[in-house]
Structure formats: C-alpha cells, structure tokens
Design a protein around this ligand. Structure first.
Ligand code: AMP
Ligand code: GLY
Length: 417
C-alpha cells in the first residue's frame, strides 16, 4: 500500500521509520518531511496546513492511508478534508481534535463527565479573570484556550505574576486569539507522565508510558519547550495506576467524546499528573507526543499500520498492543542557529537499538545542516532505563555541530525511584 505521512518533525520521523518496517507498505511519502525522513520516504514540499494541495497529491498518487502527525492541521480540520475525499485517514476529525484545540472545551468535558483533573474556571473577559484571582490560592496556572506552540501555560507563584499573566494572554494577546479565552486552574504537584492511546471512537488502548522534560535547561529550569527528552516506560506509572486510569480517565474520555457526538479516532495523548489524590489529567493532545513518540514507537512490537487501520475501521478491540520489555531514552539536540553542518549521522547506520530522529534539519550541498530549534532526537534502548540512558548519552557524542545544546539530566527521575 501507499502511505502519506503529513508532518516533518521528530515524531513524524519515528512514525515514518516504523511504517517503513511494515511489510504492508510499498511506498511511503511525507509532506513536507525532513532530511531524515527522506531516507525512508519520498518527501514532497507541501505545507501541513495546505489541505487542498495535500488532498490533490494524495489523489494523484492513489494514497491508501494518510497519517496526520501534528496538532495544527488536525485542529484545523485537515483530516476532515482527506476523509471527505474518500482517503483513509489516521487522525481525528476537527470536531474531535478540539479536545486539544480548546482547553476550555476539554475542561468542560472533564467537569461534565467527572474525569479527574485540576479544579478550574474559564474566562473570556479580563475583568472577571482578574477579580477571580483576588480570592484564589497561589501558585495558580493560567492556560490560553487555543494552540500556542506548547507555550500558552503560565505557572504563577504570586498574585502579581498571575495578574500580569492575564494581561499577557488576554490584553497583550501574546498568542493572538488563542488567549482570548483562558482557563485558570489549580496548581497540581506530583510526577508527570504521558500516556498515548490508540482510539477507534469507542475502544481506547494505552501504549507504554513515557515521561517528557519540558523545560529548556537542566534541573527543570528555563522556559517550557516542546520537549527536550523523554524516557519510557515511567517507573512511577504502575500497573495499579494504569488500571485506575483505564477505568476513570481513558475509557470515560472516549465515552464522553462519543456521547458529545465527537467520536475520537486517532491518538489521544493524556498528559497526567500523579498526585497524592490519584492521577489527574493536565491536558489532552490529539496526536502522538514529540518527543514521546521517539521512545514509545521504537519499543512497539505491533505493525503500526495494522493498529492504525483497526482504529479507522472500529476494530481496535481485536488488537493486542504489545511493547518490548525494555526501556528507551531520547535526548534532544538543539541548535539556536540555522545552517551548521551536522557531522556523525552515519554512526547510527545499522546500529541496533540506536536511532537518530530528525526534526529541524535540512539537506544542502554541504550536507545535512541544522535548521533551527529541536534538531535531532537521539534515542537508545537498553535492558532497563539506566542502560538506555547511558546508551542515549553515549550516542549523543556521535553527533557534532556548532553550538550543539542538550540537557544533561534527561531521565534523572529514575535515580529517585
Ligand atoms: P500543558 O500544555 O497543559 O501540558 O501544560 C504544560 C506544562 O505545564 C505541563 O506539562 C505541566 O508541567 C505544567 N502544568 C499544566 N497544568 C498544570 C497544573 N494544573 N498544575 C501544575 N502544573 C501544570
Ligand atoms: N512533548 C509534549 C507534546 O508533544 O505535547
């Protein structure tokens, strides 16, 4: 079959790598893809948001399955355009992707269906938001309702900070209309875990767990980023917690979406906080996490095409999701400048259990160069988290480019188990 992957980040490289190993796939395309994806797929220069061109390309190539990776096109309804044109598509329709696209929507859903989450209120005018803050406990969390590149969440320690946060989001409109409505919610403490689940509209099956490292600098300092590294599984996400989440979070969420006439088919990413009062939902995403995908997908035993097709056809119940009994760690290499030649990519060729997933890279006459932000995700497996972490950090040494930056404490939490 012919498969088209929409996206060009590390997540889509992990998806493309996995699809390339499926005996069912004859030809793989990616739009726009990147220099790494180009090794397993033919990349076509179409933006992830250009639904018209994407669909025209898919029709011309008689694509059998389209997989949509990133949040922006899903929230904008790109999956709907594929589906309306008769193309089998993995990824939720717009009416379901709203679970990520609007935090006000997802908080209302959780309240209505009693899914454990932080207590919250939603505001569309700054006056009432400011008034509410006067009586609220600190720290407190402000969230822009809409998509804001993972940066629309402000954790405020004092009333002054919170007031200035309301100003940033609602008056200065730092994230444009994404901040016209905000959610103000209770600050939760505990360990964070990301659980990505396959969904077919009625059945939901969680994959192995992962933990992200969102802050830019060691010791969880600096600004929030898309994610600087991950490990999988999370040793804190026990069988008991998994059972609890299946009963009180995952299935109730998919049932709630069904009851609302918004059947969710695709990946539901549950960002959880394991609090003293049990697991609570911090956020939902409507897609694979990035870089969670880079540690979860390499450990997946199933042919991912089989699982995705089962989701599309409403047959997920028949699938036994299986993951290797090992661990994986991904360390993200970052560059704040573009155009530096990347050396050492060849060191990963034919090395079992080591992967280099491309994100911000570009192929030029000089070779593959940095193209801004998160450049590469270096993933390694190991028998356990300790071995995987040692392997991943060893492998980060195989890659060199000017001003290479990485966090040195990915997976530090495993020392605290
Ligand atoms: P989100 O985009 O909603 O996942 O938020 C980004 C990050 O902000 C999360 O990964 C958490 O680290 C933090 N966060 C979000 N909501 C809360 C909350 N209610 N309490 C504490 N931290 C939070
Ligand atoms: N790594 C977090 C996310 O993909 O949203």
């Amino acid at each position: 079959m012919k498969v088209l992957i929409v996206g060009g980040g590390g997540r889509e490289h992990a998806i493309a790598w996995k699809c390339s190993r499926s005996p069912k796939v004859d030809k793989l395309f990616a739009a726009p893809g990147n220099a790494g994806i180009a090794e397993v797929a033919e990349c076509v220069d179409i933006s992830v948001m250009d639904a018209e061109k994407l669909v025209a390309f898919a029709k011309k190539e008689a694509i059998d399955l389209a997989i949509i990776g990133p949040d922006d096109p899903l929230v904008a309804g790109v999956a709907d355009c594929f589906i309306e044109n008769g193309i089998r598509t993995f990824g939720p329709e717009k009416k379901a992707a709203i679970i990520e696209g609007s935090k006000a929507f997802s908080k209302e859903l959780m309240k209505k269906y009693k899914i454990p989450s932080a207590a919250s209120e939603t505001f569309s005018d700054p006056e009432s938001a400011l008034k509410y803050l006067e009586t609220a406990n600190m720290p407190i969390v402000l969230k822009a309702d809409g998509l804001a590149l993972g940066k629309g969440v402000l954790i405020c320690n004092t009333l002054e900070e919170a007031k200035s946060g309301v100003k940033t989001l609602m008056l200065d409109r730092q994230f444009g209309k994404a901040g016209d409505t905000i959610v103000i919610e209770e600050f939760l403490t505990g360990r964070e875990v990301s659980v990505l689940c396959f969904c077919d509209g009625k059945t939901i099956k969680p994959m192995t767990s992962a933990q992200d490292h969102k802050r830019a600098k060691d010791g969880d300092q600096g600004l929030n980023t898309g994610g600087m590294g991950t490990f999988s599984p999370s040793p804190f996400y026990t069988k008991e917690i998994d059972d609890y989440c299946k009963k009180h979070i995952y299935q109730p969420t998919i049932d709630a979406m069904h009851a609302e006439g918004r059947d969710f088919k695709g990946i539901l990413f549950c960002g959880l906080m394991l609090t003293e009062d049990g697991p609570k939902v911090l956020e939902y995403n409507a897609r694979f996490g990035d870089p969670e995908a880079q540690v979860v997908i390499p450990r997946m035993k199933n042919d991912m095409i089989d699982v995705m097709e089962a989701c599309i056809d409403g047959r997920l119940e028949e699938i036994d999701l299986a993951f290797e009994e090992n661990a994986a760690v991904c360390v993200v290499l970052v560059s704040y400048e573009k155009g530096f030649v990347i050396h050492g990519l060849e060191n990963f060729r034919d090395k079992d259990g080591y992967y280099v997933f491309h994100a911000g890279t570009k192929k030029t006459e000089q070779g593959v160069v940095t193209n801004g932000g998160r450049v590469l995700g270096v993933t390694a497996k190991g028998a356990d988290l300790f071995e995987a972490r040692a392997n991943a950090y060893k492998a980060t040494e195989w890659i060199n480019f000017d001003n290479k930056y990485l966090r040195h404490d990915i997976g530090k939490a495993i020392d605290e188990q």
